[in-house]
Ligand binder design. Structure first.
Ligand code: URA
Length: 231
């Protein structure tokens, strides 16, 4: 069994992360849900996700299966209130079978912790589930073969908010070619759920000055979540 987390140590980590980001002022939502997974076992979401994973199976619906080590389905709490969606697995993710575990993933983990959450309390997935060669952008045919599974994951989890990480994720989910710099900072509807586009953590590694903008975006997500009594 996973040991219970100490909320004070979680808060300390969040504050340290924020300082490292150069953030001096924080909008703290009135309430953020303290709900934990065990409160809602029996909703059937975990079983439905497992059934979906089984349906995907040893997928050969597009050509990417030939180069993969692992199919990267998604990870996190089936009851999550927030879902993060990236582009596609990179080499670390392909090797480990889990999304966002490389350098960009470590930064995403810090962002999630700065939100007062932990990776185990959110759900993380990608537009496509297998690594494209040389980390090229996924092809339309690959997206067509795969994106229905992400749609099903969103439908099962039905989070209260989605964060689309980077240009590719935001443009694909919203069906637009508008620039991420114009899309970010406000919510857009996706399957009836508010979706906040923001910069990809890999972009932030190259452009650390943009971290403040991402922090502004995720604060809007926190404010949205904080607007309701805990379940
Ligand atoms: N970048 C992504 O978009 N997804 C991952 O899982 C890792 C890096």
């Amino acid at each position: 069994m996973t040991p219970a987390r100490d909320p004070r140590s979680d808060a300390r980590t969040a504050i340290e992360n924020l300082r490292a980001w150069g953030v001096e002022e924080v909008l703290v939502p009135r309430r953020i849900s303290t709900r934990r997974t065990p409160a809602k076992t029996g909703s059937g979401k975990a079983a439905r996700l497992a059934a979906l994973r089984e349906e995907i199976g040893d997928c050969r619906r597009c050509g990417l299966w030939t180069g993969r080590t692992h199919l990267v389905f998604g990870v996190g709490d089936p009851e999550a209130e927030v879902m993060f969606v990236g582009e596609a697995p990179g080499s670390d993710e392909d090797r480990q079978g889990e999304p966002f575990v490389g350098r960009a993933g470590q930064l995403l983990t810090k962002i999630i912790e700065a939100m007062g959450l932990g990776r185990e309390r959110v759900y993380i997935a990608n537009i496509i589930k297998c690594r494209p060669p040389e980390n090229r952008n996924p092809l339309q045919s690959e997206i067509g073969a795969c994106s229905g599974f992400l749609r099903a994951q969103v439908e099962i989890i039905s989070p209260r908010a989605i964060v689309a990480l980077g240009t590719f994720s935001a443009q694909t989910l919203l069906g637009t070619d508008e620039k991420i710099s114009r899309l970010r900072g406000r919510f857009h509807p996706y399957q009836g759920i508010p979706l906040m586009p923001t910069y990809h953590p890999a972009y932030l590694l190259r452009n650390p000055n943009e971290k403040k903008q991402v922090w502004e975006d995720v604060q809007k997500v926190m404010a949205l979540l904080g607007g309701r009594e805990p379940a």
